[in-house]
Design a protein around this ligand. Structure first.
Ligand code: FJE
Ligand code: FE
Length: 293
């Protein structure tokens, strides 16, 4: 063991995420953000998405939060109304702070099916109207280390002695773990944070040993404590992400891709978007190349 936890967190809620349709012909398994789990402060959405041309997520706006796209297979072409454009390939990360406003398209750019995770992290009232910003990291540059059968890729925060360069407006940890059969893990998590696990592959025992194994496409909300204990008692690889963040403790007013604190701010946002003001100026004439094809 790399450390000893004093009070390991237990799983307090568990959901299986079934495929549903989103965007235009795309399929997502939504864990956070589904009806039974509207909000897990500061997290608004976690989607495991699968998309193949001609399906995708064509031109749409965001305000008041961040989208974090982590590709698992294939690639997504991203294009926004400021002329920011690029390919997000398998293993790559795009941490997009929409702030006061982004309009963009996210379309598959590979033969076959492109897959990934998209997380929506809420911004505090003081950060909702900041300038949009991107942090983009290629797969080869994502901090990673292995020890005793456990591999971690550090998307945000710190694990096993290594740190991500990503700046998180809302304090956030995002760790991609792979555990070989018979390996186990102890990962500290700040006690005041909300944290959850989403399983990508294989099965593992999370929290209490007697709780039994949980498999792919499940989301596990963790209760109070100072960290997470996981063991892989199966004969296959276990891969999951551990995501945690400091709760904002603020009211949430949401209308689709706009997330503010009050209904008045949502009304203002709808007006801003409709009249191309307060950060949406460039939306007036912009269409993605994907839409012009
Ligand atoms: C969106 C419906 C949507 N999950 N995962 C409504 F589908 C979207 C949206 C996405 C999305 C995009 C990617 Cl690349 C991956 C996603 C939802 O774009 F923003 C709204 N409002
Ligand atoms: Fe988007």
């Amino acid at each position: 063991m790399n450390c000893e936890l004093e009070k390991p967190r237990h799983v307090v809620r568990k959901f299986h995420s079934r495929p549903q349709h989103e965007g235009v012909g795309a399929v997502v398994r939504r864990s956070i953000g589904r009806f039974e789990l509207r909000y897990f402060d500061p997290f608004l959405v976690l989607d495991e998405f699968s998309v193949a041309a001609p399906a995708g997520f064509p031109d749409h706006p965001h305000r008041g939060f961040e989208t974090v796209t982590y590709m698992l297979e294939g690639a997504v072409m991203h294009e926004d109304f400021q002329g920011h454009k690029g390919l997000i390939k398998a293993g790559d990360l795009q941490w997009m702070t929409a702030g006061r406003g982004i309009v963009h398209s996210e379309m598959p750019a590979d033969q076959g099916v492109s897959k990934g995770l998209q997380l929506w992290v809420n911004l505090s009232s003081k950060n909702k109207m900041i300038e949009p910003k991107y942090q983009e990291i290629q797969s080869k540059d994502i901090a990673s280390t292995s020890k005793n059968g456990v591999t971690v890729r550090v998307i945000a925060g710190e694990s096993m002695g290594i740190q991500s360069p990503v700046y998180t407006c809302t304090p956030t940890m995002y760790l991609d773990f792979t555990l070989k059969p018979s390996s186990h893990l102890q990962q500290p998590i700040p006690s005041s944070w909300n944290a959850f696990v989403y399983i990508l592959e294989g099965e593992g025992i999370f929290g209490l040993e007697k709780s039994g194994p949980v498999g792919a496409h499940h989301v596990l909300l963790l209760g109070q404590g100072d960290g997470l204990e996981v063991v892989n008692r199966s004969s296959k690889m276990l891969r999951f992400v551990l995501i945690g963040g400091e709760p904002l403790g603020e009211p949430v007013a949401q209308l689709g891709p706009f997330v503010m604190n009050t209904d008045e701010e949502i009304d203002q946002t709808v007006d801003d978007f409709q009249y191309f003001v307060n950060g949406f100026e460039k939306a007036r004439h912009w269409r993605s190349e994907a839409m012009l094809d």
